[in-house]
Design a protein around this ligand. Structure first.
Ligand SMILES: Cc1ncc(COP(=O)(O)O)c(C=O)c1O
Length: 426
């Protein structure tokens, strides 16, 4: 038996998982706090940290991170609602995204949001017009697409033709296009070069590039920058066993580089900010699922679960991220087993499929799994980020999974999203 199967991550004791209706996501707020504590220790001080709700907009997760001092980075009306539901004050919300509908901006302004990130001159003008309509003034971070890509990036965001950001070269050549408008003031720069970088050297290189670009553009724009948002890229395990990466030398490296490039940052002039979704939430979550069927198909064992790409890894089905290779922890997590525990089975390869009526609904073509039977409970670890909210929940009409939030020994919430059709308001 593999080592990981011998040492599954502990499930939350008060849940009595065998009684939990599956599929169910479990989120542990203690683990959110631990991840936040770690991430803060890798960042130079002073700096702000934005929690990117795209990783997991569950209101309890958002509220926990806000209570720890994170601001909220939202990029859709749904994420805005999630932040407001979690009682994040509008002043702590940054509204980003490469394409925003006028009504989305109106709604954010009506809610009191005044800080935006824009990706083009069109975006600046659109924001300016919206602020004028609302009789108010706003500030924006100018998102930048620098010339080169970052090494070691799990998913490179810039450096190539992209919806994200204005080209650094164009900003340098035409700075006057990017400085403020009557109702929209340039507050600073937004750089998000890459995501999911687990190596400290590569992550440091990505931030170094961001700092250099910020320094160059600061000179070109020739206006005071109040904020330099250096973005993120902090890695995390996804749907497999593993620990959060460590970046012990990062804070000192970045502090030295910031001293050179943006002296004044230690006095918050400019304020330096970072963003993270996955690092803060990946390890707080696990997905519980039951086996629905086990059969032999043309010589291969096929295990059909009660969840699939509709609840985890949907973006893999859309070819947006590499195919998932989830680590199933084995049947009947140990402390839920009747004692004595049944003897361990030797894992053998199985095709792991979900219940959807499409061949795309396959988490793994060949994954080592012990003997399992219909009804057995399995767990997929480290699914607190890009789990449910990066999946194809509406595809084929299965109910959303339960979402159960624990804090220490307490279950603080257990509910599920529902989807209803409502009349058009236009
Ligand atoms: C602008 C921006 N901020 C934050 C994030 C969050 O990334 P991660 O969850 O990898 O930290 C992303 C991810 O694509 C992003 O585009």
């Amino acid at each position: 038996m593999s080592e990981t199967l011998n040492h599954p991550a502990p499930l939350h004791a008060p849940l009595a998982p065998h009684g939990v209706s599956t599929p169910a996501y479990l989120y542990d707020l203690d683990r959110v706090r631990q991840a936040h504590h770690k991430l803060r220790s890798w960042l130079p001080e002073p700096s702000d940290l934005y929690y990117s709700l795209k990783a997991n907009p569950h209101p309890d997760v958002v509220a926990t991170l806000h209570a720890l001092g994170c601001r909220a980075e939202v990029s859709s009306p749904g994420e805005l609602d999630a932040a407001l539901t979690a009682d994040v004050p509008p002043a702590d919300i940054l509204y980003t995204g490469p394409g925003k509908r006028d009504e989305d901006i109106d709604r954010a302004l009506a809610a009191g949001v005044r800080d935006f990130a824009v990706d083009s001159t069109w975006g600046i003008n659109q924001l300016d017009r919206a602020a004028a309509r609302h009789g108010t003034n706003v500030t924006y971070l100018l998102r930048v697409n620098p010339g080169g890509g970052s090494r070691g990036a799990g998913l490179r965001m810039t450096g190539d033709p992209s919806a994200f950001g204005a080209d650094a070269d164009h900003i340098t050549a035409h700075p006057e296009h990017y400085t403020g408008r009557d109702h929209a003031r340039l507050d600073g720069l937004h750089l998000y070069l890459a995501t999911n970088i687990t190596e400290e050297q590569a992550l440091g290189d990505s931030f170094s590039e961001a700092i250099t670009v910020a320094q160059t553009l600061h000179q070109a724009l020739n206006v005071p920058l109040r904020t330099v948002d250096l973005g993120g890229g902090f890695g995390a395990p996804y749907a497999r066993e593993g620990e959060l990466p460590t970046y012990p030398g990062l804070a000192d490296r970045l502090a030295d580089e910031l001293d050179e490039a943006l002296p004044g940052w230690r006095q918050n002039a400019p304020r330096v900010a970072f963003e993270s979704g996955r690092y803060l939430t990946a390890t707080c979550g696990q997905l519980l699922t039951r086996v629905l069927d086990v059969k032999n198909s043309h010589g291969q064992r096929v295990v059909v679960l009660d969840t699939g790409i509709n609840h985890l890894g949907g973006m893999a089905g859309m070819r947006r991220v590499p195919p998932l290779n989830p680590h199933l922890l084995g049947p009947n997590p140990p402390h839920t087993r009747p004692t004595p525990a049944p003897p361990a089975e030797t894992p053998t390869p199985a095709m792991i499929c979900g219940p959807l009526c499409t061949p795309l609904d396959m988490w793994a073509r060949s994954h080592p799994l012990p003997d399992v039977s219909p009804g057995d409970l399995l767990a997929v670890p480290n699914t607190g980020a890009y789990g449910l909210h990066a999946s194809l929940v509406l595809f084929l009409g299965h109910p959303a999974p339960l979402e159960v939030v624990t804090d220490g020994d307490q279950v603080v919430r257990s509910d599920r999203l529902t989807f209803t059709r409502s009349p058009s308001d236009t």
